[in-house]
Design a protein around this ligand. Sequence first.
Ligand code: SF4
Length: 871
Amino acid sequence: MIRTTCPYCGVGCGVLAAPDGAGGLVVKGDPDHPANRGRLCSKGAALGETVGLDGRLLAPVVDGAETDWDTALDRVAQRFSDAIRDHGPDSVAFYVSGQMLTEDYYVANKLMKGFIGSANIDTNSRLCMASSVAGHKRAFGTDTVPGVYGDLELADLVVLVGSNLAWCHPVLYQRIAAAKAARPEMKIVTVDPRVTATSDLADLHLALTPGSDVALFNHLLAAIQKRGAVDSEFVLEHVADFPEAVRTALCSDPEPTGLSHAEIEQFVRLWIGTEKVVTVYSQGVNQSAQGTDKVNAILNCHLATGRIGRPGMGPFSVTGQPNAMGGREVGGLANQLAAHLDIENPAHRQAVRAFWCAPAIPETPGLKAVEMFEAVRDGRIKALWIICTNPAVSLPEADAVRAAIASCAFTVVSDCTAKTDTARLADVLLPATTWGEKDGTVTNSERCISRQRPALPAPGQARHDWEILSEVGRRMGWSRAFDYSHPAEIFAEHAELSGVAAGLGKDFDISGLAGLGRSDYDAMTPVRWPVADCRTGGRFFGDGRFFTKDGRARMIAVSAQDRVSADWPARPFVLNTGRIRDQWHTMTRSGQSARLAGHLAEPFAEMNPADAARLGAKPSDLLEVTNDHGRAILRVLVTDRVAPGQVFAPIHWSAENASAARIAALVPAIIDPVSGQPDSKAARVSIRRYDAAWYGFAASVVRPTPDCAYWARARTAAGWRVELAGTQPKADWTAFARDLLGCATAESVTMDDDARGTRRIAFHQEGRLVAVLFAGSEPVAVSRRHVADQLGTEAPGILAGRPGGEMPDPGQTLCSCMGVGINTISRAIRDGGLTTVDGVGAATGAGTSCGSCRSEIAELILRLKVPEAAE
Ligand code: SF4
């Protein structure tokens, strides 16, 4: 088994992987990795199903035609050199990714900042955690996460702010859940406008008004002061600007939170009364026009009480991406230099320039993500290189971003697939290796550096990103600076540079790893930085030593701001965006797994029953969501987990898998003025029921190619499934289905019900079901899972759309690992009178593998018990 690291979230779980002999991988959790100790979530457990070559980009492509590497690399080097010669270094830009490995990131940053001479390199991590970086730097003088994962288990109170850990960092959630099971007196508070899977673990859920986190934590800081909970000694010796921050907090009003006095008081008492408190926060805090202030409002409370950097206590930013931290360490953001050094500091610039023997280091920050694509749109950027990310889907105002990329004079995309919304816009496509083939390091949210190792050979002509970047650097004239032949050399250089940074007073110091040769690098085990002569790992700031000029932390006076600015037109709904349990970003990898697609196979809008009733939307209707920037059509999910006036929609769907569900198209490009991070949680939208002339559901063994007003396509074990809706009824449904489902010569059987307006058509080839379509004037009510499971079988009763009486309908997959559907679990709960998740596991197998579905099972138990309790 190869020891490697999961490529998804910032937990950074260790994975053991081995080829399965059929092109895939067998994976399991690494029992020796400190992040997960053998656990994996549903996404990690399905990694082996995502490494197939379907859709892979296997050769360079220039102007739409496959070519060889020399031609493609020469074209890239020439066009970038021409732009720099004619328009200066700031006329080019790199947009990179928190999923790149540290070695890839290091070379990209070195090429742009050291040799091209511009700081126009930014990363999709800007969308994820830039506000945490900015908040850390304001408070600590450095971008450093103080604590370690073990603190989550040692704490007596864990507060989760804007963080649906159960779905977005599942293994951390499982660690906390296990700790609480072992110590039931441990308390959990969730702070989130939406009730989430994580809230099910909470002793207290605070459904605050979106964006009011500063008001809540300012109120907590004021209470800390008023109730004598300040650690005066710590503050006196180690903290500056305490009076201003407290004065501002004392003037703050908790009313904007929308929480009751009793809820706030319960929270304040718990927080103040519990010394071992960890406050975890992630995208719900960071992705905000006031994200940096929110971060500092949280840090202020920990600094005022001295609860930082000691076992079981401290603020804890968890990153969304697997190597957001590594990117921060190499300076992958436009406002950073390498090794936590500062681009605006002349001594730092000089040190990096001397170390790299670089011609020039830019003196000012470059364009941050949103600004970068504005510069692309207005023609200031003449050559753009996008690596390992999909901004045409993920950036705010995504329709405008897509148009900007299409209009750019020269766009290069390096990716493992040509089938992304962004790759389709490229002038040059460069085939890159992906997880399972890559070789390098990543850093997780607790500063732990782990190896990603290849378990499969690079397919076709695919190359590593660091190799591609180095080739271009050499062709642009910098042969010596980019003369790398192995990632170990890059890592050693990065580690050595961190020693230079440490000499300038920086905390990111892994100089102890600078001497690693290839064999040591290959054998490297997970290690938490710093790794230096004087210390390895551990927590930061428990000793009261910070990385500001005077060594004292800064409390920042922050005021709650009105969330609705003049730029945001009044529309009736606030759109909150986020992740779902079993998908990752724009699904280029996780979308390959049928198992993962079984959980939530269609883009949706989660809406309160009162709002749904007001719109006349029944469960399974479609909604049209619009604003000035974009439009989406989504299936309504009616739930009281969101408050009236709010709606939640996932970020994962792109033009590759749905007709109109690119949610970032609806997000205005409003950014935090300090961090440059866009506010992805509070778009204003209008919503109406979308009434189609017809609705449909189809499954087929070949990939359906829909061309209608609404569609959403997902994989199944034996092929594909697709939801459909159209504005014009079809004159010939069989011909339509043959075209859609790629079954021109298959035998068809139809069942029409004119009274109900339904059409059912099944296609068999050599006695096996190859495709089936259900259509009608209302959303079709068939068992999706049952229908999809019949592909490739004789499927005699397929047009019934449901299993016969002897074969119960399992329903939508709830437990991906064990393939257990929601109906199966519900029946077990009802019939067996089950009251615990373990009981459900014993009866059905659900929740007994990775555990990611356990919170949903718990919720189901609760939901199904409610009527009994009321009787
Ligand atoms: Fe991967 Fe899941 Fe671990 Fe995150 S929690 S690193 S997605 S296995």
